[in-house]
Design a protein around this ligand. Structure first.
Ligand code: NAD
Ligand code: DAU
Length: 344
């Protein structure tokens, strides 16, 4: 897939999608990047400022559930490759309001694949999550998620993502659509919306606000720097086998409380800001990816160690406080109050 391509990226105004857009514009300079994003609360169009100046980039504000709109973009752009990042992505929101998760994450994925079938593509890549495997017990550090670990979801979010994965594999088997799926662990890095653990904690520390740690903070996540995830997706597009699932992760497990303490230390603030609040409903205990298939088949592995990546991330947020202020104005205030206002 080295030659000139048109690649259509959905959700490119969000966290991982925008990092992927910049990776493509920097490293695949002869590719045209078509970005489709509905600009929901989770997007910030200013994230794409630098991309919008690039002649190889075009942006469409469109909803992946809108068949007519999506089909007319395909008619015009005729993409060779489609990467579907667009999704409702926050577990806490899915617990409060599951419906939109089913619509965007399942029906939206179906719409994208129907357009791919009609117009023909070399590849449809579905960006999936390790949450489809459910969780692992905290006292079994020897256990990991493999690509053939049974799907066993906990939240409406992970269930909607698992449904999208199954539909993607069904489109491959039934219609021969050339698909691949990646399932990645927790990402961190620039442009992550501050409803997620790391940017939320950085933002609160910067404003001397309490840091709401769910329960005792002992749940474990497996953190990967966002650029490494993007390199993994590119490797799957260029070297992956059609019809396959690839797990992406960095063997970097940390308890939530450790992450919060690292952020406090980096920013020179006191641990007295930590506030333990009631736990997430159905909270997954531990995620841990076995990435050996991607290592062996694609030569992919993480390149940014957590100790460096977290410094880069904190530094980025310190330098982009205007971006953070844009994200936390308006709807965010209401969300924060509803989610954390009365939480004991
Ligand atoms: P995000 O919430 O930051 O961004 C999602 C983007 O999709 C936003 O720009 C939003 O406007 C757009 N979008 C939402 N609904 C849309 C719709 N109906 N039509 C068009 N655009 C729409 O999400 P993220 O964290 O960047 O995650 C991107 C993808 O990666 C998701 O599919 C998510 O499930 C998956 N993923 C995320 C992580 C993580 O740690 N963040 C890890 C593994 C997989
Ligand atoms: O594993 C991949 C998944 O990682 C992605 O599929 C999701 O899109 C992404 O949001 C992320 O899901 P998590 O639920 O793991 O991420 P979140 O940042 O919401 O929470 C991380 C952990 O921190 C989780 O155990 C809950 C906890 N937490 C989170 C927030 C927002 C807190 O303790 N306090 C908080 O305020």
């Amino acid at each position: 897939m080295g030659e000139k391509k048109t690649i259509l990226v959905t959700g490119g105004a969000g966290f991982i999608g925008s990092n992927f857009v910049y990776l493509l514009l920097d490293e695949r300079k002869d590719w045209k990047v078509v970005c489709v994003d509905a600009l929901t609360y989770a997007a910030n169009i200013h994230t794409l400022n630098r991309a919008l100046e690039n002649k190889n980039f075009v942006f469409y504000k469109e909803d992946i559930r809108n068949r007519d709109g999506i089909f007319s973009i395909f008619e015009k752009e005729r993409p060779d490759v489609v990467v579907n990042f667009a999704a409702e992505s926050h577990v806490d929101r899915s617990i409060e309001n599951p419906g939109i998760f089913l619509e965007t994450n399942i029906i939206g994925t179906q719409t994208m694949m129907d357009a791919c079938r009609k117009y023909g593509v070399e590849r449809f890549h579905q960006v999936g999550t390790d949450e489809v495997y459910g969780d692992l017990p905290l006292d079994r550090p020897d256990l990991f998620f493999h690509e053939d670990t049974p799907i066993h979801t906990s939240s409406p979010y992970s269930t909607s993502k698992a449904s999208a994965d199954l539909l993607t594999l069904a489109y491959h088997r039934t219609y021969g659509l050339p698909v691949t799926i990646s399932r990645c662990s927790n990402n961190y890095g620039p442009y992550q919306f501050p409803e997620k653990l790391i940017p939320l904690m950085i933002n609160n520390v910067l404003h001397d606000k309490p840091l709401p740690v769910y329960g005792k903070g002992l749940k474990v996540r497996d953190w990967l720097y966002v650029k490494d995830h993007c390199y993994g997706i590119l490797a799957i597009l260029e070297k992956g086998r059609v019809g396959e699932v690839y797990n992406l992760g960095g063997h970097n497990e940390k308890a939530n409380i450790e992450i919060v303490k690292i952020i406090l230390k980096e920013l020179g603030k006191s641990e007295s800001l930590i506030t333990h609040v009631s736990d997430r409903k159905g909270h997954d205990q531990r995620y841990a990816i076995d990435p050996s298939k991607a290592n062996k088949e694609l030569g992919w592995g993480p390149t940014t160690m957590f100790k460096d990546g977290i410094k880069l991330t904190i530094d980025w947020y310190l330098k982009h406080q205007d971006w953070m202020a844009e994200c936390t104005s308006g709807e965010y205030t209401k969300y924060y109050e509803e989610m954390y206002g009365n939480r004991k």
